[in-house]
Design a protein around this ligand. Structure first.
Ligand code: BES
Ligand code: MN
Ligand code: ZN
Length: 499
């Protein structure tokens, strides 16, 4: 993590120096200290008119050395009328405000919510701070040249949010900060190149990155062979690098509460194997572990904010390479479930990894539900683009809860069908199933494959091939690896599975 702005919450006061941000709406209304400060600026109305500033959502007016005050710069930030879900909007606003403040700047943000919007200032302050932290993330550890001062990518400033209930905000920030750390952990892992981050190294980092209170167990190839994870091991067998499975446990709930379980695909590089991928954009396949990265970040967040839940994170780590030892199309492997799988295409490797890990998780930990995340299919990009992740589930309640958490956090999911008619498409001539189902409905047949490994446990699969990497840039994400899913699943847990 390279550039984290210092975040502070302080008692409201009228700043008399530096950069100051005030919030307004589309009626140019102000309240509290913002109103007082604006009142001091003699020609404020003339300035807003001349600048044609209307307080439109996301717009800002920057006034250097405003006449009548001693401050260096006033940024008047427009919230519009505050339409949409305020929860998501404040996080977004926080990112937008940081964008207006600029690189390596210090600023005081007056959290005086304009009159028309009756939002809670504590929520506004901590959500804005979260948005600023998320936006400020940059991955520059491999840039050896010094950054220029005005490089906008580097927003390591100091931000103080001024509000009356500053001690409430400080308390609320703890959980938000844990969330920001979790997202940063996931982003770092996704952005890291595969020569550095291979399964063994990923496992080590997972153990190091998660909070100390998370129990971590690393299973090496010898252990996996003994357990019988034939499908996962087949994926890694063409690689010089050994495969791993990592189990992370956070026990924040009652002793006998069944755990919730999160499972991640961690293919640290996906060449396609013998069914090799074309060269174009193959470098993106360093991000084929975004699901596993999210699970690591999430486990960190849950532990740091001491979530009242028992949670298990399990990640399957392998590198998919072509080699003399690599598995071939036509090979038949036996998965941990005892079912046999005919390999049709070695590039459909994620489901092989996950099938074993899902079976292992339900068998060993008897969780109340399993949610897995995986950059599983290119087809989900065709179906949904990069705005929504694909959601598949055998459980309507879990599915509805995930959908609601998606709306609340802005990490949105869209449910796609599972159906016995699709399931038939992966029946094999020679084995119990095959690992691809033909050209049609590629994301669905992949999900059907996973469903054959959940043994009836309530389960949801999130196909994040479009959202987890090569991510869309927005107000709170400037990173290639977005850390997608950490906020979504933290919200799922917070809203339904604590206490
Ligand atoms: N990791 C890929 C899916 C992927 C594609 C992720 C693009 C992110 C961006 C996965 O392992 C894969 O190769 N899937 C194949 C499945 C096919 C062989 C049935 C695909 O989507 O083409
Ligand atoms: Mn693949
Ligand atoms: Zn893959």
């Amino acid at each position: 993590m390279t550039s984290i702005p210092k975040i502070a919450f302080s008692k409201t006061s009228l700043p008399d120096s530096g950069t100051v941000v005030v919030l307004t709406d589309s009626r140019l209304g102000f309240s509290g200290n913002a109103k007082k400060l604006i009142g001091k600026i003699k020609n404020f109305e003339r300035i807003t008119k001349a600048a044609k500033f209307t307080g439109k959502a996301g717009s800002a007016l920057s006034i250097p050395a405003p006449h009548g005050t001693d401050i260096d710069r006033l940024i008047v930030f427009g919230l519009g009328r505050g339409e949409g879900d305020p929860a998501t909007e404040w996080v977004k606003t926080g990112g937008q405000v940081l964008g207006k403040i600029g690189a390596a700047e210090k600023a005081a943000i007056l959290v005086d919510v304009p009159p028309g919007l009756d939002d809670d200032p504590v929520k506004a302050a901590v959500d804005m701070a979260l948005g600023a932290r998320l936006r400020a993330y940059t991955f520059d550890r491999y840039k050896t040249k010094k950054k220029s001062e005005d490089d906008n990518g580097d927003c390591a400033g100091a931000l103080s949010y001024l509000l009356d209930k500053d001690s409430d905000a400080k308390k609320a920030w703890k959980a938000h900060e844990a969330l920001a750390e979790g997202v940063d952990i996931a982003r770092d892992l996704v952005n890291e190149p595969s020569n550095v981050l291979y399964p063994e190294e990923f496992a080590k980092r997972a153990a190091r990155l998660v909070d100390n209170d998370v129990e971590v167990e690393i299973l090496d190839e010898k252990a996996l062979r003994k357990i019988g994870m034939g499908a996962l091991l087949g994926v890694g067998q063409g690689s010089e690098k050994e495969s791993r499975v990592v189990v992370m446990r956070w026990n924040g709930g009652k002793k006998n509460d069944k755990p919730v379980a999160f499972i991640g695909k961690g293919v640290t590089f996906d060449t396609g194997g013998i069914s090799i991928k074309p060269a174009g954009s193959m470098e993106d396949m360093k991000g084929d572990m975004a699901g596993a990265a999210c699970v690591v970040g999430l486990m960190h967040t849950l532990a740091v904010r001491k979530a009242k839940v028992n949670a298990i994170g399990v990640i399957g780590l392998a590198e998919n390479m072509p080699d003399g030892k690599a598995q071939r199309p036509g090979d038949i492997v036996t998965s941990l479930s005892g079912q046999t799988i005919e390999i049709i295409n070695t590039d459909a490797e994620g489901r092989l990894v996950l099938g074993d890990v899902l079976w292992y998780t339900q068998d060993k930990y008897k969780p109340q539900f399993m949610v897995n995340l995986a950059t599983l299919t290119g087809a989900v990009l065709v179906a949904l683009g990069q705005e929504y992740a694909g959601l598949f589930s055998n459980n309507n309640e879990l599915s509805d809860r995930l959908t609601a958490a998606g709306v609340a956090t802005g990490e949105r999911v869209w449910r796609l069908p599972l159906d016995p008619a699709y399931d038939k498409m992966i029946d094999s001539k020679f084995a119990d199933m095959k690992n691809t189902g033909g050209r049609h409905g590629g994301s669905i047949t992949a999900a059907q494959f996973l469903q054959r490994h959940v043994n009836g446990t309530p389960w949801a699969h999130l196909d994040i091939a479009g959202t987890g990497m090569g991510s869309l840039q927005n107000d709170i994400n400037k990173s290639w690896g977005s850390g997608w899913g950490v906020r979504l699943l933290d919200r799922l847990v917070a809203d339904h599975y604590e206490g």
